[in-house]
Structure formats: structure tokens, C-alpha cells
Design a protein around this ligand. Sequence first.
Ligand SMILES: NC(=O)c1ccc[n+]([C@@H]2O[C@H](COP(=O)([O-])OP(=O)(O)OC[C@H]3O[C@@H](n4cnc5c(N)ncnc54)[C@H](OP(=O)(O)O)[C@@H]3O)[C@@H](O)[C@H]2O)c1
Length: 250
Amino acid sequence: MQRFKNKIALITGGTNGMGFATAQQFIQEGGKVIITGRSETTVKNALSNLGENASGIVSDAGNMKDLMRLQEEVKKHAEQIDVLFVNAGYGRFAPIEHVDENHFDELFNLLAKGPYFTVQQIVPLMKTGSSVIFNTSIATDIAMHSFSVYSAAKSAVQSFIKTFALELTEKGIRVNGISPGHIKTNIFNNTGLSAEQIEHAVQDIISTIPLKRQGEPSEIANAVLFLASDEASYIHGAEIKVDAGISVIR
Ligand SMILES: NC(=O)c1ccc[n+]([C@@H]2O[C@H](COP(=O)([O-])OP(=O)(O)OC[C@H]3O[C@@H](n4cnc5c(N)ncnc54)[C@H](OP(=O)(O)O)[C@@H]3O)[C@@H](O)[C@H]2O)c1
């Protein structure tokens, strides 16, 4: 399939995990991508794997200076963006008594403020028929221990889906989200847990997943590409759960 021939996607956090998988599939289906990441090294490494139809920008999604430069940086690579996947992020997890102001601000800057101003910056480059897709989380549906700040920040993004869908309707831009369950990515590597603790946590998590396995990043990319495609032309202001049923099956 070549659903994205002549289309350009901007994927924040496209160096790894779900963002990288989405970039790979978008290119396979005929499109070009611009990815962002936190460092020269991660961006260069991803670009060397994605090939000639990808370009990259080092931009910290939690840093207001970088966010305010994003439109100018993107314009160096493309005049128009057809698909914006607002995906960059990581988690930090702690029970309420151990959360400090830094933890709170770091996650809200990266996961709520970042997505907000990313869209504000990029919408002027988007025309009728284009599409914004946010990455939220099932942590907005289920109470998860130590996730209070992460879940609240992702819930803010859920709210953006609805208001932005309303505000961008007149521009002909569809706005939707995907809500991933437990996906096999590097997300735990930013948490400060040891490899052994991560393995333990993953095994605990798997026992709670109805399909008894973590999702693959490509399974999220499939849903993102569907929402970005013409097949989803009547889907607007929605959030698709890609979570093996964990948010509804107990
Ligand atoms: N994995 C899950 O189970 C899960 C479930 C629900 C939702 N999510 C959400 O899915 C999104 C993608 O995460 P993932 O699981 O695919 O993790 P991942 O494999 O760790 O990838 C995270 C991506 O985000 C980028 N990133 C992180 N912090 C950034 C920052 N400050 N500025 C710019 N880029 C940044 C990383 O870039 P670098 O390589 O440069 O660091 C990387 O490209 C996140 O928003 C996460 O909250 C994950």
C-alpha cells in the first residue's frame, strides 16, 4: 500500500519505540518523515536506519525555547506537514509522598505543555485534509500506583484532543489520539529502575494483560497510520485504545 505518497509526517520522539515504528511504516507506505529526538546521537542513529526519506531535528519536547523554534526548524525541511504525531515522552513514577515539584513540572512540561505548543507551532503548516494524532495512555482510564502525575498529564492531552478537534474543524484538520496499553519500548529505561527491576515489573504487568503479552510498537504504528489515512476520514475528536483490552476487561 502507498497510502502516504507525497505526504510528510512530523513525528515527535521518532527516534525510538512507537514513534520510530510509525516513521518506518509511514516511509514504507510512500511518505516522508521528519522526526524529533533529544540528542544528536539518537536522531542521527534513527536517521541512519530510516534512510533517505527521513530527516531529523534535535528538539526537547519539554523545553519552551525548543518548542518555540520548532516551526522554523521544520520549515528547513518541509513547507507543509500532512500528519503530526505528537508522541515524544517518557514516564517517571512515584507514590504521592515521594513526588516533588521537579517531578511534577518535568512531566507536565514534557507530556502536557510540550504537546500543546507543538500543535500550536505546527498547525500553521497544515492544510485541509491533514491530521493530528496524540499519544495518550491507558493510565488515563485505570488508576495505576505511582502514576499520579504521568496519568494527570496524559489526561490533559485527552482534553486537548476534544478542544483542538473543535477549533481545527474549520481548517479541515482532523484531531484524534491513540491510547496505548503496555508496549514493548524503552519507556522503562528513563525511570531509574535497574534491568532486574524492569524485568520484574514487566512480568507483573504481563500477568494483568488480557492477551498476556506486551504490544509491539508496530501495533501502535498501525493504528496511527489508520487515523492518519483517508480510511479514517470520518473519525474526528476520538481516541482509539490499542491496549489488548486491559482498560475494559478485568
Ligand atoms: N511504552 C508504553 O507502554 C506506553 C504506553 C502508553 C503511552 N506511552 C507513551 O508513548 C510515547 C512514546 O514512548 P515509547 O514507549 O515509544 O518510548 P521510547 O521507546 O522510550 O521512545 C520515546 C521517544 O520520545 C523521545 N523523547 C523522550 N523525551 C523527549 C524530549 N524531552 N524531547 C524530545 N523527544 C523526547 C525519545 O527520544 P530520544 O531517543 O532522543 O530520547 C524517543 O524518540 C510517550 O509519550 C509515552 O508516554 C508509552
